[in-house]
Design a protein around this ligand. Structure first.
Ligand SMILES: *[C@@H]1O[C@H](CO)[C@@H](O)[C@H](O)[C@H]1NC(C)=O
Ligand SMILES: *[C@@H]1O[C@H](CO)[C@@H](O)[C@H](O)[C@H]1NC(C)=O
Ligand SMILES: *[C@@H]1O[C@H](CO)[C@@H](O)[C@H](O)[C@H]1NC(C)=O
Ligand SMILES: *[C@@H]1O[C@H](CO)[C@@H](O)[C@H](O)[C@H]1NC(C)=O
Ligand SMILES: *[C@@H]1O[C@H](CO)[C@@H](O)[C@H](O)[C@H]1NC(C)=O
Length: 634
């Protein structure tokens, strides 16, 4: 029955694919309802056979058994210790715990925060002894996420149990509730009728009605206040890569929706500090009713946009000041015009509800405006410093005297661009090429070792991304990769952006700005060894705990379908064993670190498989593939 109720939620547009997904979803239902009574934690183990009769009962579910870990609100203590029973599990109401965006902690800081600048929306990580040291549990009735591309339009309602957005944004077609699902029709505040038409219009506006975004040179986009990231989702068919961000604010859980849909996004805010993205990274910064006061504080936030935009990049602004004449809107528009012309941006189009500026490379204009005190030019800035916790600067960087050296091609050619910025940190072109080949090989190995259908994986994070070779090797698959460059390594993130990829700076001694259960695959290449001397507050266990928080749990094992009815007999299972595969953590590192993780992993309820691969110097290197088990508090 469940299957048929569900199937009515889908259009029969892309037949087979949807059927396959549907099947998995029905299976997921059962994993979701497996846990009935409230007492202990269970983890599934051995497969159960059952006799199939109706469509429902065709699904054979895994069995489960009790595990010893305890549910207890536990804080990080120094020295660190893990109970003999295994890591404690945080109580159920912590199922959305994001340590550095924890409202109950931030409340206490409010007296010292600049609310007028929305500083409370930035990262505020609790000190180590106020951080939880327990595994974050899934919510009640958690289901394995729906696969991409169906997930673009449908996610499980119970996985993101927040009705607020649908209540306030349903009219703008952001998201609707549909039985047990959330349905994303692809709308947004300024594209109620779908993002495709809106995207076309933007392209037309940028090219005097002659072309689209690609012909305007847009390959990488920063979407400010992205909502449920429909804009990004609909740029994907053009192979335009979007970094979407939004704060954790009144628009409950928009980033969680985005990630559950399989769209790249993270929590961040434009407030008092620079964004964790390098200078000169995007051809377009987009704000559709993004609730940012660009005109305030002498336009300091526009100067941050200027920083991250590439030369001749676009600032696309769809908000009431661009088209309405009531309230304060004309005054705000006036201010925006004053600020942007002082920065030597040029308004190139203003149409329907959207205004578009271009960041020109007009050095003489900048110098002139600086002389007239309309604008501050930044003191020489060292772009190789990661933008991490750096206060915003009320200045812009002077355009270089000579034309920008590197003109970047479109993707996929852009993926092989060797960025001049690598030269400065001692990576020459040969090393870069070898690195690229090396990662192609490694990724082939990974897939063989994981032994899964490539369509299973969608949200991927490379926790120590170097120059992005891992992400480049994954490029032909339907995945997106968040490339993280730790702030204490050489800054290679600019080079990653120059290859047409997205990513962010991060310090792994702190939790990342994402919701729990948002990645299918984490890759940690020499991550632990990099942090091994980081002190008592940044131990291997701390990083493992954060990995456990952000990785999705694996599927229940051995989910099988038998005795399909005539109409379903053509349904192929998504993998040879008929399982849904998620929750992979690939770790390669020094022998001592790997052995230590192998000892601790069971306490985190991870399965571990050991392998050996060759490193770049053709020496053996241990590689482990961990899987986060699917457990729940019942
Ligand atoms: C399932 O199929 C097998 C083999 O085709 C058959 O022996 C069995 O009776 C079927 N079970 C049901 C419930 O239809
Ligand atoms: C969803 O949240 C509501 C309260 O906001 C709660 O009553 C309900 O049980 C939750 N449902 C699930 C499946 O977690
Ligand atoms: C469109 O054409 C007009 C007139 O030729 C020109 O002023 C304007 O800058 C052009 N806009 C763009 C986006 O190319
Ligand atoms: C914009 O600049 C003009 C000329 O300098 C000035 O008269 C006007 O007051 C400014 N507008 C706003 C809203 O600041
Ligand atoms: C970082 O860059 C410097 C040159 O600026 C180089 O000497 C050093 O080896 C690099 N470090 C790493 C870990 O690659």
């Amino acid at each position: 029955m469940g299957g048929f109720v569900l199937s009515s939620a889908f259009d029969s547009k892309s037949g087979q694919l949807i059927l396959v997904t549907l099947l998995i979803m029905v299976a997921s239902f059962y994993t979701g309802t497996l846990f009935g009574n409230k007492s202990a934690i269970y983890v599934q183990q051995t497969p159960l056979e059952s006799s199939p009769a109706s469509f429902n009962q065709c699904l054979i579910l895994a069995g489960y058994s009790k595990i010893t870990n305890k549910v207890a609100l536990t804080f990080r203590r120094t020295p660190l210790s893990i109970p003999e029973t295994g890591m404690n599990v945080c109580p159920l109401n912590y199922n959305e715990y994001i340590p550095c965006h924890d409202i109950s902690y931030i409340k206490g800081l409010l007296p010292n925060l600049d609310i007028s600048k929305k500083e409370e929306l930035e990262r505020h990580c609790p000190p180590i002894d106020k951080r939880l040291f327990c595994l974050v549990p899934p919510p009640e009735d958690y289901k394995l996420p729906i696969r991409w591309p169906t997930s673009r339009d449908y996610v499980w309602r119970s996985n993101v149990n927040h009705t607020h957005l649908a209540d306030v944004k349903g009219g703008q077609n952001w998201v609707h509730e549909k039985d047990k699902l959330w349905w994303f029709p692809g709308g947004g505040t300024h594209f109620k009728h779908g993002a495709t038409e809106y995207i076309q219009r933007l392209g037309n506006m940028m090219t005097n009605q002659t072309g689209d975004l690609l012909s305007a040179g847009v390959v990488q986009v920063l979407d400010v206040g992205c909502g449920v990231a429909s804009f990004s989702a609909y740029l994907l068919p053009m192979d335009i890569q979007t970094m979407s961000f939004a704060p954790k604010d009144g628009h409950e859980n928009q980033i969680q929706f985005a990630l559950e849909r399989g769209i790249g996004a993270m929590i961040s805010a434009l407030s008092t500090k620079q964004l964790p993205f390098p200078t000169n990274s995007f051809e377009m910064v987009h704000c559709s009713r993004c609730r940012v006061d660009w005109h305030a504080n002498d336009g300091i936030l526009l100067k941050e946009v200027d920083r991250v935009l590439r030369p001749n990049g676009y600032f696309v602004y769809s908000a009431p000041p661009a088209y309405r004449k009531d309230k304060d809107y004309p005054m705000i528009w006036d201010k925006l015009m004053n600020l942007t012309s002082a920065m030597c941006w040029k308004l190139i189009a203003r149409q329907v509800q959207t205004a578009i500026w271009i960041k020109t490379e007009d050095r003489s204009c900048q110098l002139q405006n600086a002389e007239q005190k309309l604008l501050n030019i930044c003191d020489a800035v060292d772009d190789s410093q990661p933008s991490w916790k750096i206060p915003l600067r009320n200045c812009i960087k002077l355009s270089s005297a000579k034309a920008q050296s590197q003109k970047l091609p479109l993707r996929p050619q852009r993926l092989s661009v060797y960025s001049e910025s690598l030269n400065n940190i001692g990576i020459n072109r040969d090393k870069f090429t070898l690195h690229t080949i090396f990662w192609q090989e490694q990724v082939n190995w990974y897939w063989r070792l994981m032994n899964i259908d490539k369509m299973e994986i969608r949200n991927v994070m490379d926790m120590n991304a170097y120059y992005g070779g891992f992400a480049v090797a994954l490029n032909t698959l339907q995945v997106w990769v968040m490339n993280i460059v730790p702030i204490s390594t050489n800054n290679t993130l600019s080079a990653i952006y120059d290859r047409g990829l997205i990513g962010a700076f991060h310090n792994w001694c702190e939790p990342f700005s994402t919701y729990p259960r948002t990645y299918d695959l984490l890759h940690a290449h020499h991550l632990f060894s990099h942090y091994k001397h980081s002190g008592e507050n940044c131990l291997l266990e701390d990083i493992m705990l954060e990995m456990d928080r952000i990785i999705r749990p694996q599927a229940i094992p051995r989910l099988r379908v038998t005795n399909l009815t005539a109409t379903q007999s053509s349904i192929a299972l998504p993998s040879p064993k008929g399982e849904r595969f998620l929750g992979f953590i690939i770790i390669r590192d020094e022998e001592s670190i790997i052995s230590r993780i192998k000892v601790i992993a069971p306490q985190f309820l991870w399965d571990v498989e050991s392998h050996v691969l060759e490193n770049e110097e053709h020496k053996s290197e241990p590689v482990i593939i961990c899987r986060k088990k699917f457990w729940a508090i019942v």
